[in-house]
Design a protein around this ligand. Structure first.
Ligand SMILES: [Zn+2]
Length: 311
């Protein structure tokens, strides 16, 4: 009897893993037009978005997940016969920087910040190799690493457009990179901006890097530039075409809301466990944010980082 239940448990476990993988493989990327020549593909599950810019000389792709970048390439092929010439990733997390392989036929140049390049040559490379063994989306594929790594930023003049590619610093991840395209009045914010969804805590191969005060500072830095931007394109969640800087303000407000709620309770002498038990929802617009389970992560991060205790 015991053996049967063990076998059954093993079977259930395998079935659960397969189901999980099936769900991941089934992520659907929906095409959204941001403005002429700029398209954001939104992940149906709230995982990473991918943006591409079509120019007369070819295509630039910002963010590519090995699990969904084939859908991005298929959408590009429908819209243009131009080749993918440049790839830029917002940060080194698997859901943003693993999918360059899908574009290999076009031989694009892959540009990333130096911290990303380091991650992709170290722990992310190792994680990719491990996942090849266990995850269908990774099997038979390779992690393509950046061709160019830059320190502070670089400007790419391509297809009549200017791409200001900037390493903003450490906020969500080890090296958050954004792209400002003045001619399109568009700013690709990567995971410094998530809309209508609780943000992730910036993992690189299961280590979490998000620094809350750093994240707020980077948002402040971007807002202080006062750029003529109609749309800030998020790393996760729907794109709000034409909403402008209000999206960045809302994102900053998210961290202020958590900080207020957590610091109030720290002063009342409450433990992390108590705070987590009490704080199930944030006030205002944030109460409706999706993926509520992620709030717990930021309660942890805020609790420790406010007190300079642990990460
Ligand atoms: Zn992400």
């Amino acid at each position: 009897m015991k053996r049967i239940s063990l076998v059954f448990t093993a079977f259930a476990l395998v079935a659960a893993i397969c189901l999980t993988q099936g769900a991941v493989a089934a992520d659907k990327m929906t095409l959204n037009k941001v403005t002429d020549g700029v398209y954001m593909m939104e992940n149906s599950r709230g995982s990473s978005n991918s943006t591409f810019v079509v120019t007369d000389d070819g295509v630039l792709v910002f963010d590519f997940d090995i699990r969904t970048a084939d859908q991005v390439l298929a959408a590009i092929r429908k819209i243009t016969n131009k080749k993918v010439r440049y790839l830029v990733s917002s940060h080194s997390a698997g859901d943003h920087a693993t999918g360059a392989w899908h574009f290999r036929e076009d031989k694009p140049v892959y540009i990333a910040s130096r911290p990303q390049s380091r991650d992709l040559n170290m722990q992310e490379a190792q994680e990719f190799e491990e996942r090849k063994e266990s995850r269908a989306a990774y099997k038979g594929k390779d992690l393509i690493k950046p061709d160019i790594a830059f320190d502070d930023g670089m400007t790419l003049y391509f297809g009549g457009l200017t791409f200001h590619i900037k390493h903003e610093g450490q906020g969500h991840s080890t090296g958050d990179t954004t792209i400002y395209i003045p001619q399109k009045r568009v700013f690709l914010a990567g995971d410094l901006l998530d809309t209508e969804i609780h943000p992730g805590q910036g993992s690189s191969s299961n280590t979490y890097y998000s620094v809350i005060d750093g994240w707020m500072r980077l948002l402040d830095n971007i807002m202080a530039r006062d750029l003529p931007v109609d749309t800030y394109v998020p790393g996760h969640g729907p794109v709000h075409v034409g909403r402008g800087v209000a999206d960045l303000k809302e994102q900053k407000g998210y961290f202020i809301a958590i900080r207020d709620e957590v610091s109030k309770r720290i002063q009342e002498g409450k433990s992390l466990a108590q705070i987590r038990k009490e704080l199930k929802k944030l006030p205002g617009v944030y109460a409706k944010y999706k993926r509520g389970s992620r709030l717990r992560n930021f309660i942890n991060r805020t609790y420790y980082q406010l007190q300079g205790k642990r990460w």
